[in-house]
Design a protein around this ligand. Structure first.
Ligand SMILES: Nc1ncnc2c1ncn2[C@@H]1O[C@H](COP(=O)(O)OP(=O)(O)OP(=O)(O)O)[C@@H](O)[C@H]1O
Ligand SMILES: [Mg+2]
Length: 456
């Protein structure tokens, strides 16, 4: 018996500096609330992002691209991550940075294509034979190990499952005991076990235990109706890249079930174009048959000016294909040379023909009040207490330098405050930090003034 385990290849996101951002903070009519969900101001950009989210959710955006452009530190990355939050975990969101394409091991276009396919989801509906119910007992039965010695091995496991209709006792393979442990199943949990593969899925705690503990993380589900042994529609969300990676060395037939069966393997093999075409073919077939549904997600390419002409051309072509995600670019560049060319100067460093098909969202610099609110949010998430006049001062520092610099001053200032014996950050603590840690502009000025003292 084989355990079917879906190994997702979702990338972890760069959110630490954006951990206060929880969403776009829009009201029901899609208008931005000045301070909500961790975002402050930047009203037009947020409203526009809200419209993009709606278009993505109603699947009207596949193959389109959006550019978020504005000066550094104006919240472009933050807004893109807010879009990811709004889309929820059912829509794939794949973040990458332009410079990721430069690797000595993998071709540039290969990196792009991989991320493209990470951003396209597939929802597969399958009817499976399952055993479902609330776990009433779970007893591993041990026997003496055949390998000799004193060790014992689990020969089988007895699991009792209860539904509204009745109870059934199952004698199961030891491999299933392992997956029961992996899913952290305890008595009182509602689970189902797939009859063919033996895969175990924990659905939540039975709601008859709802009053027992008050763990907020716990999800309570009702006692399943019907028989223990039954047919159940199981929905699985994977991305095209999951399928590519799993089938890089295909074994068995090319039907979707064996494709899914391959998902647990994580070997690093090259994914060829031929394989992708093959997978597309199978996927298309299953979409036609109504078993699977395509969910175009978002590919977010931050610092897009880092891409070069070759990758831009490739992207342009990929956007035209029938299976394409929504691409969101972000950049803080104005007119600059397109990488990979000697003299083609283009707005945002993006070739004109690609730029022509983008919808552009603009972000604007913040005023002092907005900076103060953002700094306050950051101080809260990072767990610093800060005096109002210190916050005011920090916002002023931010307006004369950049928001990012002001945010970065928070941690050293709080350290300073501790060393100075203050319970919360005072203005003097910040003044001390600004004298210790320089801002980029200031450092530039010094470099220019004392150029002769540095190595050339
Ligand atoms: N409107 C906002 N509300 C709350 N926090 C914000 C807002 N805008 C920016 N921030 C925070 O300020 C910091 C800098 O913003 P962010 O990294 O999004 O800027 P950016 O526009 O992507 O800059 P760059 O062009 O340098 O990449 C981040 O920590 C971000 O979370
Ligand atoms: Mg950014």
């Amino acid at each position: 018996m084989k355990i079917e385990e879906v190994k997702s290849t979702v990338k972890t996101q760069r959110i630490s500096s954006h951990s206060h951002v929880k969403g776009l903070g829009l009201d029901e009519s899609g208008d931005p609330i000045q301070i909500a969900s961790g975002l402050v101001g930047q009203a037009d950009a947020r409203q526009a992002a809200g419209i993009v989210v709606d278009m993505i959710k109603t699947r009207k955006m596949a193959g389109r691209a959006v550019l978020v452009a504005g000066p550094p530190g104006t919240g472009k990355t933050a807004i893109a991550l807010a879009i990811a939050h709004e889309l929820g975990n059912k829509v794939p969101f794949c973040p990458m940075v332009g410079s990721e394409v430069y690797s000595s091991e993998i071709k540039k276009t290969e990196v792009l294509m991989e991320n493209f396919r990470r951003a396209i989801g597939l929802r597969i509906k399958e009817t499976k034979e399952v055993y479902e119910g609330e776990v009433t007992e779970m007893t591993p039965v041990e026997t003496d190990s055949t390998a000799g010695g004193y060790s014992k091995t689990v020969s089988h496991v007895i699991v009792g499952l209860k539904t509204a209709k009745g109870t059934k006792q199952l004698k199961l393979d030891p491999t299933i005991y392992e997956s029961l442990q992996k899913e952290k199943v305890e008595t009182g949990d509602v689970i189902y076990i797939e009859a063919n593969s033996g895969a175990v899925k924990r659905q939540g705690r039975s709601d008859s235990y709802a009053t027992e503990y008050d763990l907020e993380a716990e999800e309570y589900v009702p006692l399943p109706k019907g028989e223990v042994h039954k047919k159940k529609e199981v929905i699985q969300d994977v991305t095209l890249h999951d399928l590519d990676a799993a089938n890089a060395q295909p074994k068995g037939g090319q039907d979707i079930l064996s494709m899914m069966g391959q998902l647990m393997k994580t070997k690093k093999t090259e994914i060829t174009d031929k394989l992708r075409k093959e997978i597309n073919k199978v996927v298309n077939k299953y979409i036609d048959q109504g078993i699977a549904e395509l969910v175009p997600g978002v590919l977010f390419i931050d610092e897009v000016h880092m891409l070069d002409l070759e990758t831009f051309t490739y992207l342009h072509k990929a956007l035209e294909s029938t299976i394409a995600p929504i691409v969101i670019f972000a950049t803080n560049r104005g007119h600059c040379v397109v990488r990979g060319t000697d003299d083609i100067i283009a707005p945002h460093g993006i070739p004109m023909d690609l730029l022509d098909r983008l919808l552009i969202i603009r972000t604007l610099p913040y005023n002092r009040e907005e900076m103060e609110s953002i700094l306050k949010l950051r101080a809260q998430t990072e767990g610093h207490s800060i005096e109002p006049d210190a916050l005011h001062y920090l916002a002023e520092v931010g307006t004369s330098t950049t928001l990012r610099y002001a945010i970065q001053l928070l941690i050293p200032s709080s350290q300073n405050a501790k060393m100075n014996g203050h319970n919360s950050i005072l203005r003097v603590d910040i003044e001390e930090t600004t004298s210790l840690f320089m801002h980029a502009k200031e450092s530039c000025k010094i470099l220019r003034k004392c150029a002769d003292k540095f190595m050339k």
